[in-house]
Design a protein. Structure first.
Length: 162
């Protein structure tokens, strides 16, 4: 129960803020009138929904397999290479990217595009400067094998098997 509450807190605090709160607050997504006959709007809604479901699946794997959360201060205790992690090393960040892409399709906002670019650059710096070195130190050869087989951003076509 405590793990579920921690996971919920960090979900709201991290991807909740960067994927939903900031874009909806800064770029007024709440005022967008959805036009069901507009293919761009429909695709945007599909991206937001799919990104959200994929993100929740990743958070579930972190709790279930890793016994931790998505926060760097409360990380998984075990290397998570199941679920979507069998295809790509950073599916949570890609899920948030999918959500923001959907929001971008709804608004066609240049400001939101710039927001996404800044966010993605910051994520890359964080992943390469902190996350990957920390995981190498914590999980050693298991993580090294995983990084050689599974891409950081481009998904594999077939699932990774240990």
């Amino acid at each position: 129960m405590l793990l579920a509450l921690r996971a919920l807190f960090w979900t709201l605090a991290l991807p909740g803020v960067f994927g939903f709160y900031l874009p909806w607050t800064l770029f007024d997504l709440g005022s967008v009138e959805i036009d069901a006959s507009n293919p761009r709007h429909l695709l945007g809604l599909v991206c937001i929904g799919a990104g959200t479901l994929l993100l929740l699946a990743c958070i579930w794997e972190f709790a279930r397999r890793g016994r931790g959360t998505l926060s760097p201060v409360d990380p998984p205790k075990h290397l998570v290479i199941s679920g979507l992690y069998r295809f790509v090393r950073n599916p949570m960040y890609l899920s948030v990217t999918t959500i923001v892409l959907g929001e971008l399709l709804l608004t066609m906002s240049r400001g939101l595009f710039v927001y996404w670019v800044i966010w993605f650059v910051a994520v890359n710096v964080f992943v390469m400067g902190y996350e990957e070195p920390t995981l190498r130190e914590q999980f050693g050869d298991d993580y090294e094998r995983y990084t050689r087989a599974v891409g950081r951003w481009l998904p594999r076509l077939s699932p990774y098997r240990e």
